[in-house]
Design a binder for this molecule. Structure first.
Ligand SMILES: NC(=O)c1ccc[n+]([C@@H]2O[C@H](COP(=O)([O-])OP(=O)(O)OC[C@H]3O[C@@H](n4cnc5c(N)ncnc54)[C@H](O)[C@@H]3O)[C@@H](O)[C@H]2O)c1
Length: 272
């Protein structure tokens, strides 16, 4: 696919997965709008993209604020005249026992991860409907199908994003607009660094995660970016309302068979 002249907005692109997605677009030849609440890192990532690929525009954006999301679309349209792809990637992870959580904890996660996805989509869709073409890709998570204790707002948000994806896919299919989700598993970003640092024994924690990932490794942000590019391209022209997992097989696995160490029993499935 020729990405020249393709306009892609990536929210939360100042670090981690978003930065990886932005790099994949710029490297392919697309124009990339880096939208992030973190001005310092956002400007840094954008300067780097400009130096290496001659692409990149930074728009400081808090995706939980409707006015910011509208301004992000306005500034993109002023600079490039249209929006081909919106990647809703900005997100915050949060783990806290439910009984210690207050309303502000809930709002902080849901406002960014779920409401932010809605608000950016809502304002981008105005421009996409007018042109009768466009593409929205929501970065969800393995938490759309399985989750962990003390992750209620995060799991609720990601589950919500999955269903929002399907609803918008149906609503905007008549306009030639596709809406899909990508659900990453463990990805090498600050979240993974924090998880290891928070563990009493970082090596044991790392091994525990690897035991639960059939491919046995953490993925690079660009591996998510490659799936996003596929969904933004003509190669996926009949794909809409989908949730594509890039999780090394994590959600396919019922239990780690090696650890289970049971002998096969004919006619019986372990776990039944
Ligand atoms: N890292 C993983 O293992 C993993 C796994 C599954 C899903 N995800 C999802 O991928 C996405 C990116 O996560 P990451 O691991 O790269 O995290 P990250 O913390 O490295 O990046 C998140 C980015 O979002 C930005 N952001 C936060 N709040 C914002 C707001 N209100 N408005 C605009 N930008 C905001 C941050 O400044 C940051 O640049 C998130 O939606 C996350 O839930 C991550």
């Amino acid at each position: 696919m020729d990405w020249n002249g393709h306009i892609a907005i990536v929210t939360g692109a100042a670090s981690g997965i978003g930065a990886g997605i932005a790099e994949c677009f710029a490297e392919a030849g697309a124009e990339v709008v880096v939208a992030d609440i973190n001005e310092r890192l956002g400007a840094q990532v954008t300067a780097d993209l400009r130096a290496r690929y001659g692409k990149g525009l930074f728009v400081k954006t808090d995706v939980s604020q409707a006015a910011d999301c509208r301004r992000l679309m306005d500034e993109t349209l002023a600079a490039y005249g249209r929006i081909d792809t919106l990647v809703n990637n900005a997100g915050v992870n949060f783990v806290k026992p439910t009984l210690e959580m207050d309303e502000a904890d809930w709002d902080r996660v849901v406002d960014v991860d779920m409401k932010g996805t809605f608000l950016c989509s809502r304002y981008a869709l105005e421009a996409m409907v007018a042109r009768r073409s466009g593409n929205i890709i929501n970065i969800a998570s393995v938490h759309t199908v399985a989750t962990l204790p003390a992750a209620a707002p995060y799991a609720a948000s990601k589950g919500g994003v999955d269903m929002m994806t399907r609803s918008m896919a149906i609503e905007f299919a008549p306009y030639g607009i596709r809406v899909n989700a990508v659900s990453p598993g463990l990805t090498d970003t600050q979240i993974w660094a924090d998880l290891q640092e928070a563990a009493e024994d970082a090596e044991q924690a790392r091994q525990h995660w690897m035991d639960n990932i059939p491919l046995g490794r953490v993925q690079a942000p660009r591996e998510v970016g490659n799936v996003v590019l596929f969904l933004a391209s003509e190669q996926s022209s009949y794909v809409t309302g989908a949730n594509i997992f890039t999780d090394g097989g994590m959600t396919a696995q019922l239990i780690n068979r090696e650890r289970f160490a049971s002998k096969p029993v004919e006619g019986k499935t372990p776990g039944d």
